[in-house]
Structure formats: C-alpha cells, structure tokens
Design a protein. Structure first.
Length: 114
C-alpha cells in the first residue's frame, strides 16, 4: 500500500520561501514520475509541477521560475522549493503519481500573508 506524507508547510509572508517534502512509502520512487498538486477550498486540485524518473521537470505557468521540484530517490522523497511566495499560493499542497494516482495524503497547508 502506497502512503504519501507531506510536510513543511506553514505561515509565511509574501515574498518568503518554504520547502515542502513528501515521503513515499510502499513504492520505489525512482522509477516513477511524481508531482506536486495544490487545492484551495471549493476548487479542484491542480497539478503544479512534475518530475519524471529521468529528472525532467515541468511546471504550470503560475509557478514557473518560483517553484522547483526535485527528488531524492535514495530517500524516496520529493521536494518542492517555493520562493517568492504570493498570497494566491495559499492552499493545501499534496504529492502524488500523475500517471497512477494513489490515495491522497493529508497534505500540508501553506498560508501566505500579505
């Protein structure tokens, strides 16, 4: 059974930075693409950034240049470095496998204040 545990969220002022982590258990991370998503209450969960097994990254336009996704296969962990945070980045952040969605973790809340 795959488990996804996100952490690293918090309250930060606009312009600040946070680094999110997602520890994967029950699946060897190295051979899969994995992604970060976020969800605002009342809206759908959106994919923000993904990294392939080969290390190729892609981002939605709203976070391009500000967020960086990375992976440490030895630690079975994926990261999201978030810089220049904006109020509109406030959301719950999740990780998951974009080609084979597993049960969602609890997510980690990111709140950006003005």
């Amino acid at each position: 059974q795959v488990q996804l545990v996100e952490s690293g969220g918090g309250l930060v002022q606009a312009g600040g930075s946070l680094r999110l982590s997602c520890v994967v258990s029950g699946r060897k991370l190295g051979i899969y693409s994995i992604a970060w998503y976020r969800q605002v209450p009342g809206k759908q969960r959106d994919l923000l950034a993904r990294v392939t097994s080969g290390g190729t990254t892609s981002y939605v336009d709203s976070v391009k240049g500000r967020f960086t996704i990375s992976r440490d296969n030895a630690k079975n962990t994926v990261y999201l470095q978030m810089n220049s945070l904006k109020v509109e980045d406030t959301a719950v952040y999740y990780c998951n496998f974009p080609l084979r969605i597993e049960s969602w973790g609890q997510g980690t809340q990111v709140t950006v204040s003005s």
